[in-house]
Design a protein around this ligand. Structure first.
Ligand SMILES: [Mg+2]
Length: 418
């Protein structure tokens, strides 16, 4: 039996890997045709067909296009009527925004499982700083490969990753890696990688600037570097320095200063499959309590709980639930995690692995404690904090809720109701 933990309180301090400034430790992960890929995953008959997600009415617009649809010239934001004219065999699927949001949470939870520093920038994209994760998982290429493989295996979805010493270059690289690929640009090769690319690859160089640059004979990023700075300033204005630093490979922009979307959790693999529902329930309860304890120790509350289940054949489910109020209460997390498990139980009668994770963490001080307390039996938080203190003093196994433990798996002490 093995237990693995990862998350905010385990990652090495930032800066520990700082001396090696030339490792391409900034990754940009972008899901491929996200909404369309989810629809194809959920309805495998659609595989290989030109699928778009979007409104089918007179004013409908393409929100996402699968790669077979893109091969027919379909692009997102295109009016659905023109898309249909262009591809008469187009399969139009109405959007299921809540569902996509749920899958997005699963993707972000998975990223947070591997890398502590994740900055989500849209529903299907995130920047990651893998300096901390390098110690555990190896160089950026391995981490990128691991993330893509896990997203593929656990969520059944394709993604692409770009890596660089610089955030904008990582984003350009992920776009070049698509679909379903990865491209890690070594620091020394940055200028060379960018040189042949069109200036439009740089985000923020829109059509007007592109035209102005074209009038100067500049179409590629390499050509940008040949233009006198004063001339370039007339076109790009205050962004000139930034764009030139990008073009010559000296940009080192990292993650933004926004609060990093952390998550933490625990999971457990069994050598012998778990088949007894009562035992599953006990483990899931126990893991919820454990994660809640990690939250309290770190001074966090979580807005989302994530349950992961793996069957003996490797099939893995990840399900998440958004909590009405952020919490660090094991009891509260347990309610939601058990509800998720109950829903999946028929499809997962045997378990090889289970995991519980808390995502979308916030500092505990920022949350409405009063509301949390009033929603629970009085003093619930006090009780859990007292249990934490006892565990810290007497060890992890000293206290457990009566229903949690059974002296079955390893040498657990006898039950001791609290
Ligand atoms: Mg995307």
């Amino acid at each position: 039996m093995s237990e693995r933990r990862s998350g905010a309180d385990e990652s090495p301090e930032r800066g520990a890997g700082a001396p090696d400034a030339e490792s391409p430790d900034i990754l940009h992960l972008d899901m491929d045709a996200f909404f369309a890929s989810i629809e194809v995953r959920d309805a495998p008959d659609l595989r290989g067909l030109p699928v778009v997600v979007g409104g089918s009415g007179a004013r409908g617009v393409v929100a996402a296009a699968s790669y077979p649809a893109r091969a027919r010239g379909i692009r997102s934001a295109m009016p659905m009527s023109s898309a249909r004219r262009q591809a008469p065999d187009l399969v139009v699927v109405p959007p299921r925004i809540d569902h996509y949001r749920q899958v997005s949470t699963q993707v972000m939870a998975l990223l947070g499982d591997v890398v502590a520093d994740v900055e989500q920038i849209s529903v299907d994209e995130a920047f990651l700083d893998v300096r901390g994760a390098r110690r555990l998982f190896g160089p950026p290429e391995r981490i990128a490969g691991l993330l893509r493989a896990r997203i593929r295996e656990e969520l059944g979805l394709p993604s692409s990753v770009g890596g660089s010493v610089s955030r904008p270059v990582a984003k350009i690289a992920s776009a070049r890696a698509k679909p379903d690929g990865m491209l890690i640009v070594p620091a020394a090769g940055t200028a060379e990688f960018l040189a042949p690319l069109p200036v439009a690859a740089i985000s923020g160089i829109g059509p007007t600037a592109q035209q102005a640059l074209a009038r100067l004979g500049v179409r590629t990023i390499g050509q940008l570097r040949e233009v006198p700075r004063s001339t370039l300033t007339r076109v790009l204005g205050p962004r000139t320095g930034e764009v030139l630093a990008l073009a010559d490979g000296s940009d080192r922009t990292g993650l933004g200063r926004r609060v990093r979307d952390r998550s933490l959790g625990t999971e457990r693999t069994w050598d012998e499959d778990l088949t007894d529902p009562a035992e599953m329930r006990r483990w899931i309860t126990r893991m919820s309590d454990d994660v809640a304890r990690q939250l309290r120790r770190g001074g966090f509350v979580a807005r989302t709980v994530v349950l992961k289940l793996r069957a003996p054949d490797g099939t893995t489910l990840t399900r998440s639930s958004t909590l009405p109020l952020p919490t660090a209460s094991g009891e509260r997390m347990r309610e939601h995690v058990i509800a998720l498990w109950e829903r999946e139980r028929p499809t997962m009668p045997r378990l090889r692995l289970a995991g519980v994770r808390a995502a979308h963490l916030e500092p505990a001080a920022d949350t409405p404690v009063q509301a949390e307390l009033s929603a629970r039996p009085a003093g619930w938080r006090d009780l859990e904090q007292a249990m934490d203190r006892a565990r810290e003093r007497f060890g992890d196994r000293s206290l457990d809720r009566g229903s949690t433990l059974r002296p079955s798996t390893d040498a657990a002490p006898p039950e001791r109701p609290v």
